[in-house]
Ligand binder design. Structure first.
Ligand code: FEO
Length: 170
């Protein structure tokens, strides 16, 4: 059973995950428009991942017999600058999400809500992976600098990313 406070916080996290999905969908559209199809693919996969994060929390609230309350999703930006600036913005956003997850863990600990503590483990691990991916791509983009050939190769690399749905029951 979830407290009212925890229910509200998890509902807010659904909104943050949905906003993340929206943000990455907008980035994907921006990349498609710029002819960077591999980057567009990477952000489209990220969009799908974020949707699955929101659904994981949605399913958890349902399982706990609690009402999901959906709020409006904020409008994301549509201009993002260079690919490097876009990935720096992505990392910054993921750091914000990590802080938010840590806030949920703190609350679950304070409330001795053991079920939610265990549920949130997956998200803590996922955030390490997400920030790691962003850092890796930022390093590559810094390495290629203004080289068109380099950017072409990074684009080709990001084009190979495939969405793998996480098991919702995990
Ligand atoms: Fe759902 Fe990218 O954190």
């Amino acid at each position: 059973m979830l407290s009212e406070k925890m229910t509200k916080a998890l509902n807010e996290q659904i909104n943050k995950e949905m906003y993340s999905a929206y943000l990455y969908l907008s980035m994907s559209a921006h990349c498609t428009n710029a002819g960077l199809d591999g980057f567009a693919n990477w952000f489209m996969v990220q969009y799908q991942e974020e949707n699955s994060h929101a659904m994981k929390i949605y399913n958890y609230l349902n399982e706990q017999g609690t009402q999901v309350v959906l709020e409006a999703i904020a409008k994301p930006p549509s201009e993002f600058g260079t690919p490097l600036e876009m990935f720096e913005a992505t990392l910054k956003h993921e750091q914000f999400v990590t802080k938010s997850i840590y806030g949920l863990v703190d609350l679950a600990n304070q409330e001795k809500d053991y079920a939610t503590q265990i549920f949130l483990h997956w998200f803590v691990t996922e955030q390490v992976e997400e920030e790691g991916n962003d850092n890796e791509i930022i390093a590559k983009l810094k390495m290629v600098g203004n080289s068109g050939n380099g950017l072409f190769m990074v684009d080709r690399d990001l084009g190979s990313r495939v969405y793998t749905p996480p098991a919702l029951e995990e």
